[in-house]
Ligand binder design. Structure first.
Ligand code: NAD
Length: 504
């Protein structure tokens, strides 16, 4: 398979972006970025070591006073230019994302890239709308007001499933609020994070405001989280690693934002539009080859629709075209790696002893055999407490279970440790209204599953983490609130002093 993105040329100077320039890492350890569609290495780079993290944090710390001191209008102008540069380079971004992730080009070009450009344009505008609570004389003798201030250097860590969108979600609200940032992408997928930072420089955002360290989690990642000059950690990744990150961040008393794993339920009540639910389930389960933290993973279908739903999903899954990520007709690309494919296959193989694999459950042969492909897979007959229902697989696998009463459907939807996203399918506004109130998740869709918006927050409940990406709500993470209080009386001996010395 041929691909149009030449990483060797683009990153000839190295895969670290510090103080506005590419440079090699200094860890002494190399990493090969592999095309998951073929298993072939496409670029080898030296990973960031702790010295590279130190240099990036120092660059961000040096850039902070100037960037934090810029007016909202100046930051906004620079970010509008940033959005334009990203839009101009849209095709190159889509190619790089598809190459490193194995994502179908239509997904990169129509979802990842335009979504990230839209995020940049949203935060360019939002940079001018940061506000504190209005001032007031709450004691009668003082005027209080609120300043909303940037935090300082943000250290962010991102996963490999949506590298460009994760860079956008981490960098944009942070810099819109006047912070500077060091982002560590997953070592498997550094390309579009580096290009994103280069685009920031091209747009005139000062050197050091956006820095990228492409390194491993255990050393570069942990060093970034524990760094004394980093004021905040924003982490997106698995719940297991998130716990480790939380331990380190807590030890250095940092502000913490965690976007962790998911196991989204998809609840179909018996008055739902069956065809719409079937289409929604296949799209929701297979997006990004199921490597999506909000993907539909557990469909609960009320008994009268159950058989027809299973048959409809199996039929529709059979129409999904696996293929070369750069073929515009490809629907489903490979998983990120052979390791991830084998992990997903392991869950399905173990499920055969207690459940039924209705369709899929295997890697394709022939042309695609070298890649990390796995067929769309539908599993039924599993119990609620089984591994395949409870664990995050991160692959193109949907499990379907029946339910009887509405109470039961909602209870089952809530019965995992996760709470990132969910959907409810019904024509009855009271049923869906109840589901939106009672399902514990950061997002509940009604009669759809997956769409996200720059204007709306994304973040979890329960073991899916806390804090919000995107939208004006993300400024709650990336700013700190300062109370400023002025005495208005000019009185020397203030009335309250008697509680400390003397009498009235
Ligand atoms: P991961 O947790 O293995 O890795 C995420 C990042 O953490 C990577 O950059 C990795 O290098 C780094 N890391 C690993 N160990 C570390 C450590 N000890 N200290 C610091 N950093 C460390 O996750 P992944 O496999 O890259 O991505 C898949 C996971 O991400 C899934 O669980 C998925 O649900 C989650 N995710 C969540 C969201 C969300 O918004 N909640 C979005 C996308 C992905």
């Amino acid at each position: 398979m041929s691909h149009p993105f030449q990483a060797e040329n683009r990153f000839a100077d190295g895969a670290q972006y510090i103080a506005g320039e590419l440079r090699p890492g200094t860890s002494g350890r190399e990493h090969a970025v592999v095309d998951p569609a073929t298993g072939d290495p496409v670029f080898t780079y030296e990973l960031a070591g702790t010295a590279d993290v130190d240099a990036a944090v120092e660059a961000a710390a040096q850039a902070f006073p100037g960037w934090a001191g810029a007016t909202p209008g100046e930051r906004s102008d620079a970010m509008h230019r940033f959005a334009s540069v990203l839009a101009e380079q849209a095709d190159e971004f889509a190619d790089a994302e598809s190459l490193q992730c194995g994502k179908p080009i239509k997904l990169s070009a129509e979802f990842d890239v335009p979504g990230s450009v839209d995020n940049a344009s949203f935060f360019a505008g939002a940079a001018r709308h940061l506000e504190g609570k209005s001032a007031g004389e709450y004691s009668g003798d003082h005027t209080s007001y609120i300043r909303r201030e940037p935090i300082g250097v943000v250290g962010s860590i991102a996963p490999w499933n949506y590298p460009l969108q994760m860079a956008a979600w981490k960098v944009l609200p942070a810099i819109a609020a006047g912070n500077t940032i060091v982002l560590k992408p997953a070592e498997l997928t550094p390309f579009t994070s580096l290009m994103f930072a280069q685009a920031a420089t091209e747009a005139g955002i000062p050197d050091g405001v956006v820095n990228i360290v492409s390194g491993a989690g255990r050393d570069a990642g942990e060093h970034l989280v524990g760094h004394p000059d980093v004021a905040m950690t924003s982490f997106t990744g698995s719940t297991g690693v998130g716990k480790r990150v939380a331990e380190i961040a807590t030890g250095t008393v940092k502000r913490l934002h965690l976007e962790l794993g998911g196991k989204a339920p998809f609840v179909v009540f018996d008055d739902a539009d069956l065809e719409a639910a079937v289409h929604g389930a296949v799209a929701g389960a297979l997006i990004n080859t199921g490597q999506d933290c909000t993907a539909a993973t557990r469909a609960y279908v009320q008994r009268p629709l159950y058989d027809a739903f299973v048959a409809g999903v199996a039929d529709l899954m059979a129409t999904v075209r696996l293929g070369d990520p750069f073929d515009p007709a490809t629907d489903l690309g490979p998983l990120i790696s052979h390791t991830q494919r084998d992990r997903v296959a392991g869950f399905v193989e173990r499920a055969r002893s207690y459940a039924t694999v209705v369709t899929g459950g295997e890697a394709p042969q022939c042309d695609l055999a070298k890649g990390a492909y796995y067929r769309p897979t539908l599993v039924t007959g599993a119990t609620q407490d089984s591994e395949i229902v409870q664990s995050e697989l991160f692959g193109p696998v949907l499990v379907v279970l029946p339910f009887d009463s509405d109470d039961e459907g909602i209870a089952l939807a809530n019965d995992t440790p996760y709470g990132l996203a969910a959907s409810a399918w019904s024509r009855d506004v009271y049923r869906t209204g109840r589901a939106t109130r009672e399902i514990k998740a950061g997002c509940v869709w009604v009669n759809d599953h997956i769409p996200i918006l720059s204007e709306m927050p994304h973040g979890g409940y329960k073991a899916s983490g806390f804090g919000k990406d995107m939208s004006a709500y993300s400024f709650e993470e990336y700013t700190q609130v300062k109370h400023v209080m002025f005495d208005n009386t000019a009185v020397v001996r203030k009335d309250w002093h008697r509680t400390v010395f003397g009498d009235r």
